[in-house]
Design a binder for this molecule. Structure first.
Ligand SMILES: Nc1ncnc2c1ncn2[C@@H]1O[C@H](COP(=O)(O)OP(=O)(O)OP(=O)(O)O)[C@@H](O)[C@H]1O
Length: 249
């Protein structure tokens, strides 16, 4: 797959501020009271199954309202100001079928741009331009249902990128993608203007990132330079024996 190079935009790094954010469900503290104030271009988020990564991602995107505190992305209170939030934060879900709502690829890509107030023609042009970047213009009129899981994942990523938010949150963005597509996507993500927050179980995917955050049991255990956090995280994962596996939760 050929991905056209993107001119690097001098977009300021998104500022992510968590002011005492907490979230509980069914009597369980999913996110403990959390404070954070960071501005990095490439941020990784790691942690064991059930540690709260996806929940934190949805709170950061304003899709879940925390029980206490607030999230500001570039000063936008994402839970309360939804209009501003969709311009500011984009999120790519783990499962593309939870994201796609339109029957054709073009409609799916154009929808977000329409939400930003673009005219029908401008939204279509934006959709076609994004397809061209990924060498997928032939997908324009394609029924989403006829695409593979990995291809649908790519459609979701293109839809999020087309909206050019200040921050893109990616929850396991390479799920279901083959090796060359993953490589291209990785390359693409190192070039995009917006800040990226990337949730993954694969530390190797975060090589060269500015910061990695390690979530443990609903709390931030570590937030620092990628090498530092990943060294601590991988050592802890090596130590964790089978009895500590969180498969029953
Ligand atoms: N709406 C909810 N109701 C009850 N429990 C919830 C809810 N949302 C999340 N949880 C629980 O909170 C914990 C954190 O879930 P979350 O999906 O955020 O973890 P994760 O770190 O993304 O895990 P994984 O790596 O497996 O995707 C889990 O134990 C989950 O069952």
């Amino acid at each position: 797959m050929h991905v056209a190079p993107i001119p690097t935009k001098m977009t300021p790094r998104a500022r992510i501020t968590l002011e005492g954010v907490s979230y509980s469900r069914d009597g369980r503290e999913v996110i403990a009271k959390t404070f954070l104030d960071i501005s990095d271009a490439r941020i990784g988020l790691v942690g064991r199954n059930g540690s709260g990564k996806t929940t934190l991602a949805r709170i950061l995107a304003g899709l879940i309202r925390p029980d206490s505190g607030r999230v500001l992305i570039n000063g936008v209170d994402v839970a309360r100001d939804r209009r501003a939030a969709i311009r500011t934060v984009g999120i790519l879900f783990q499962n593309p079928d939870h994201q796609i709502i339109f029957p054709t690829v073009e409609e799916e890509l154009a929808f977000g741009l329409r939400q930003l107030g673009r005219s029908k023609d401008a939204a279509r042009d934006g959709a076609v331009a994004m397809l061209a970047r990924f060498g997928k213009t032939h997908w324009q009129g394609r029924a989403v249902a006829t695409l593979s899981q990995g291809q649908r994942h790519l459609v979701c990523l293109m839809a999020v990128l087309a909206m050019e938010p200040a921050l893109i949150i990616l929850d396991e963005p390479f799920t279901g993608l083959d090796i060359p597509t993953t490589r291209q996507m990785h390359r693409y993500l190192t070039q995009v203007g917006p800040s990226v927050l990337h949730i993954t179980h694969d530390p190797a995917a975060l090589a060269g990132y500015d910061r990695v955050i390690w979530m443990d049991n609903g709390a931030i255990r570590e937030s620092g330079p990628a090498v530092q956090t990943l060294t601590l995280y991988e050592a802890a994962m090596t130590e964790a024996d089978d009895a500590g596996a969180d498969l029953l939760d």
